[in-house]
Write a protein that binds this ligand. Structure first.
Ligand SMILES: Nc1nc2c(c(=O)[nH]1)N[C@H]1C(S)=C(S)[C@@H](COP(=O)(O)O)O[C@H]1N2
Ligand SMILES: [Mo]
Length: 413
């Protein structure tokens, strides 16, 4: 396929999307059938043995959690390589196994219907041509990122820390599309659906909703490009919702249907799944009952060391560079603090370029460990709203919203 300039005139932008469709001819089923991973790795928790898959369309080497529907984790070293996560290493998460393997961009339409004055059916050409393009850098993070580290352990996909990624998303404001349809007075929520469906009859379709004011905040967008390229099929080609600062469960992929609702959405994925305890950091004690729950929503701050990993040997008595990434959740990164003595003393790291409130932010500092022996490095982010990562891990039965201060035990030699 030829890569075209997404910033070019509408006809070339259309060609940009059209060209991308052909990539998908590879197909998902074929990829799964050929899935004979050659490499393996150990994630640092029980049952952490994983194979590395290299044969999913549009994807480089990815940690394989499940083939169908695909769950592919980003190998952690990718986060040391840049502030944006490359499309071919961006994690993948689907709930339902019927995922179109070929999408014809010329045939694709996005419907807007429900409690609106004028229902719309917009093709990709019109979406790109008729609405103002916008760009936003934002972290997409699965609610269950890092679930594998939960103690006591919980059911669900056992991700390490790679069910997240940062991209520069380009598309149109959801608000502009809703305004074109004309949301009627009395609208409560806006529901989003993609092209994927379940295989077993009666499987609830994967749909998610946002409050109408949130949907119209001017930040929520319908993205057609990611890091300057069409979305990979597995990340939602040709359109996905981007909900900056909110967990990725709302970021509906292969988005083809938007419905404005007059009543709160009581579908399975809003009322039964993706609920969190209504407590700070979604924290409860294991076994605790009777806690009210709410749909998962805003992200919380996190930070990671990316150039050192557990059990690495570092030289004592000299300056050692330490760097990593942080994000503020639904706010910017205020500061990043590093400890080289297990949390007794903290030093402020230097922050890298600011790509916007919802982006990863790189940080760097240096440490000097005086004597040989084991040492625990710790990193803590405080967001611009003053919320800091907790020093003790939060816990809930779904394994959501982990954001404890990360510890990296190293050996000074
Ligand atoms: N259509 C559709 N969109 C979806 C999902 C899905 O199963 N189907 N999963 C959601 C969840 S839970 C996550 S974590 C993100 C993952 O986005 P990614 O695969 O692009 O990384 O997609 C979201 N959007
Ligand atoms: Mo997710």
């Amino acid at each position: 396929m030829t890569r075209r300039d997404p910033d070019g005139p509408p006809s070339s932008r259309r060609a940009f999307l059209t060209g991308a469709g052909k990539l998908t001819a590879l197909g998902l089923i074929g990829a799964a059938a050929r899935s004979v991973p050659a490499l393996a790795l150990e994630l640092p928790f029980a049952n952490g043995h994983r194979e590395l898959a290299t044969n999913f369309p549009g994807k480089g080497p990815m940690i394989l959690l499940r083939t169908r529907p695909p769950l592919l984790e980003t190998p952690f070293e990718v986060f040391d390589q840049g502030v944006f996560t490359p499309n071919d290493r961006f994690y993948v998460r689907w709930h339902l196994a019927n995922i179109p393997t070929i999408i014809d961009p010329a045939e694709f339409t996005l419907k807007v219907r429900g409690h609106v004055k004028t229902p719309l059916s917009i093709n990709l050409d019109a979406l790109v041509r008729d609405f103002e393009p916008v760009e936003i850098a934002a972290v997409n993070q699965c609610s269950g990122n890092s679930r594998g580290f939960f103690e006591p352990r919980v059911a669900g996909g056992e991700w390490a820390n790679g069910a997240m990624g940062n991209a520069l998303w380009k598309g149109v404001r959801l608000k502009d599309v809703l305004d074109r349809a004309g949301v009627k007075a009395g609208a409560r929520e806006v529901r989003f659906n993609g092209l994927d469906t379940g295989i077993v009859p009666g499987t609830p379709d994967f749909v998610k909703s946002l409050g109408v004011d949130h949907a119209r905040d001017g930040e929520v967008m319908i993205a057609y490009a990611m890091n300057g390229q069409p979305l990979p099929l597995l990340n939602g080609f040709p359109l996905r919702l981007v909900v900056p600062g909110w967990y990725a469960t709302y970021w509906i992929k292969m988005l083809d249907d938007i419905e404005v609702l007059e009543t709160p959405d009581d579908n399975f994925w809003m009322k039964k799944a993706y609920l969190i305890p209504d407590t700070p950091f979604a924290n409860i004690s294991p076994g605790q009952t009777g806690v009210a729950s709410v749909p998962i929503n805003r992200m919380v701050p996190r930070s990671f060391i990316t150039n050192l990993k557990a059990e690495d040997a570092v030289k004592s008595g000299r300056s050692i560079p330490v760097r990593g990434i942080a994000f503020g959740g639904d706010a910017g990164v205020g500061k990043v603090l590093l400890s080289s003595d297990g949390g007794a003393a903290w030093q402020e790291a230097k922050l890298g370029k600011d790509h916007g409130t919802y982006s990863f932010r790189q940080w760097e500092t240096s440490i000097r460990i005086p004597a040989v022996g084991p040492r625990v490095l710790m990193v803590k982010a405080v967001n611009t709203a003053g919320i800091a990562q907790p020093e003790r891990a939060n816990w809930n039965g779904s394994g959501f919203m982990r954001n404890v201060v990360e510890s990296v035990p190293v050996r000074a030699v």
